[in-house]
Design a protein around this ligand. Structure first.
Ligand code: ZN
Length: 130
């Protein structure tokens, strides 16, 4: 099963939880057990799994990423968005999660987050269910 989710971001840097959208796709496709592959086809965005219960966790991660990758530096990339490229490489572009009983096999506190580093934009997440 192939599906592409659209994520509309509203800030320069932002984490948007997409766990519900992925589980809805799993339900719609009637997948009971398998593997869910997620891939972000962008060079200034990423995907990660982390705590979804307390929203301050994602703001703490963004705060530290913004601190360790300064906006102003002697970057050579002429587009002017090198910090976004660097953050995207740190976070990564893919995740693989087991599907059991029609749901993502995540830990109690885990959620899947799309990570915007050069927004706002309309973004894509490719979902493959095997
Ligand atoms: Zn660029």
């Amino acid at each position: 099963m192939k599906r592409t989710l659209t994520v509309k971001t509203t800030s320069t840097t932002q984490f948007i939880e997409i766990t519900g959208d992925i589980e809805e796709a799993i339900k719609t496709e009637g997948i009971d057990d398998g593997v869910c592959m997620l891939f972000v086809p962008h060079t200034t965005a990423g995907i990660t799994i982390n705590e979804s219960a307390d929203p301050s966790v994602k703001s703490d991660i963004l705060m530290v990423l913004n601190k360790i990758v300064p906006w102003k530096e002697a970057y050579q990339h002429l587009e002017g968005n090198s910090p976004a490229h660097i953050k995207a490489s740190i976070i990564g572009a893919s995740e693989v999660i087991a599907v059991e009983s029609g749901r993502l096999k995540l830990g109690t506190w885990q959620g899947v987050f799309f990570c915007e580093f050069d927004g706002p934009r309309a973004r894509k997440v490719h979902v493959r269910l095997l």
